[in-house]
Design a protein around this ligand. Structure first.
Ligand SMILES: [Ca+2]
Ligand SMILES: [Ca+2]
Length: 267
């Protein structure tokens, strides 16, 4: 096998040399060059005041963003390069946009003071996004864009807005203790909205959500809301013929309203 591969490589090299000397080489040569040069693209880091912005490109970026104290470090993996300041101090707000293609983001928040805001845009492509230990005094906003995306969110924020966009999305929210005034997990109500799996799980009665909204759009979706205290819960399964919702271990305060519609199966 190894011999065959070596002969194949030698044959390709010969072919490549011949075509360079004669006609322009085919796309094969160009693609191979790009793959070696920049296999997973570039993320750019910019700092303006206390705002740190991380911007991916149209390639499949793999990036980790870590916050310790008020210092944030951006690291690229698997060939993703970081342009700009890899580490910045005095950061109070983080905005991450991954651009197109299938991106992987891990944001690990070990800050002692909450961020004022966190925004994450997955954009097009099948993105895998993990936001761990999030601590935000204002709005945490996540938009997954098109594609079959996976989001895992843990932590808390004053308001949390998650837009799954289209595609078959898996969105898991694990809330820490604390009060969330508004949590919304929504997917577009379109034919291509996709089958979604949404899980919102709290840390018991210490997790209080004043308003919790889940809308999963068309196709068959699965929603679980568990282990938290809420004033108002509203869920809409959208279209689909086999939508499921499970409500477990929920205590109510304030408005004490739980409403759901568009689900064929309820637990
Ligand atoms: Ca990208
Ligand atoms: Ca996406």
């Amino acid at each position: 096998m190894r011999g065959i591969l070596m002969r194949l490589g030698s044959w390709l090299a010969t072919l490549f040399g011949v075509s360079r000397a004669g006609r322009p080489p085919a796309r094969l040569g160009v693609e191979a060059f790009e793959a070696r040069e920049n296999p997973a693209g570039t993320v750019s880091v910019a700092v303006s005041g206390g705002l740190l912005s991380v911007t991916g490109d149209g390639l499949a970026n793999q990036v980790q963003v870590s916050r310790v104290g008020q210092s944030v470090t951006v690291t690229g993996f698997s060939g993703t390069s970081v342009v700009g300041r890899a580490t910045a101090a005095g950061i109070s707000q983080v905005s991450i946009a991954l651009g197109g293609d299938n991106d992987t983001l891990t944001f690990t928040d070990s800050g002692t003071q909450p961020l004022t805001a966190l925004t994450v845009d997955g954009n097009d492509g099948y993105d895998a996004i993990t936001l761990s230990g999030v601590l935000v005094a204002g709005a945490a906003t996540v938009r997954l864009g098109r594609g079959d995306d996976t989001l895992s969110f843990s932590g808390t924020a004053r308001t949390i807005s998650i837009d799954g966009g289209t595609g078959n999305n898996t969105m898991s929210v694990h809330l820490a203790a604390g009060t969330v005034t508004s949590l919304a997990v929504e997917s577009a109500e379109r034919a291509a909205s996709g089958a979604d799996r949404v899980t919102v799980r709290g840390s018991g009665a210490a997790t209080r959500v004043d308003s919790l909204t889940v809308r999963t759009g068309s196709q068959n979706d699965d929603v679980t809301i568990a282990t938290l205290a809420a004033s108002r819960i509203y869920a809409h399964g959208g279209g689909g013929t086999d939508d499921h919702i499970g409500l477990y271990g929920i205590s109510l305060y304030g408005q004490r309203r739980v409403e759901y519609e568009g689900f064929e199966r309820v637990n």
